[in-house]
Design a protein around this ligand. Sequence first.
Ligand code: IMP
Length: 170
Amino acid sequence: MSLNVLIGEEKINKKIEELALNITDYYKEMTDEIVGVCVLKGSVNFFSDLVKRIKLNVRYNFIQVSSYTGEVTTGSVKVKSWLDEPLENKHVLIVEDIVDTGNTLKYIVKYFQRQNPLSLEITSLLMKTVHNHEVNVKFPGFEIGNIFVVGYGLDYDEKYRNLPYIGYIN
Ligand code: IMP
């Protein structure tokens, strides 16, 4: 098995700068504080690099959900850990690594909305274009085709997460 680079470090950094600028611009008229929700484990690198560049106070929250085994989505979302503060009256930004079918985000959004946040938006570093996701990702990063990618937080059975670039397996 060999790995090819799909998106290199420099491109990732540039995109994150851009996203952080857009996110800051979008919120700054409304608020000086947002809640950033990192969807573990895959979003850990993206979250960390993104929040450093957002010029607002970002409260950190982490949830862990999974729906994949190897390269295959199981279709059902498993929650391993959840929020540790209420979202009511907060501006909430969900930080996701990749949207494939959109099932994970739909699940998260459904439960978050029940808490009556002031606003609820999504940023995702990667979006697969194969599916109609039916979720509104306000701050999208890169669009990619129907390939399984690893690195920069993304794994294949817990491997390759710490690669500094996004790659695909040949
Ligand atoms: P969805 O629920 O089908 O949108 O899948 C979203 C989740 O599946 C992501 O948060 C990832 O954890 C995982 N995932 C989807 N596609 C990939 C991939 O190409 N590589 C690694 N993980 C993926």
